[in-house]
Design a protein. Structure first.
Length: 100
């Protein structure tokens, strides 16, 4: 299983990657994980980054009411499976289970 975390150079995106890595490891999955910060690569998944560099009011504040797909996001085996929010652990587990 190849996992990509799409995100900016912010602490939230780093925490997202750490959460997914921890959960996938705990589940005993065979996986690789990488973080993608290049916005041109994120466009392949129709995900945008609209972070306010130097100031972070939080992802939900920045994108409230938006219908666009935005980071942080997760791609598994080239399929965009989560975007636009930081889910709870149970949601990560449910999604990862589908790709076992």
């Amino acid at each position: 299983m190849n996992i990509k975390i799409l995100g900016s150079k912010c602490a939230i995106s780093d925490e997202y990657l750490e959460a997914v890595d921890k959960i996938a490891s705990r589940m005993g999955l065979n996986y690789t994980i990488e973080k993608i910060e290049d916005e041109s690569l994120m466009e392949n998944y129709e995900v945008t980054v609209e972070c306010m560099y130097g100031y972070c009011p939080g992802c939900k504040f920045n994108h409230e009411g938006s219908t666009d797909k935005h980071a942080p996001a997760m791609v598994i085996d080239e399929e965009l499976v989560l975007h636009s929010e930081f889910p709870i652990d149970e949601v990560f587990e449910e999604v990862l289970n589908k790709f076992k």
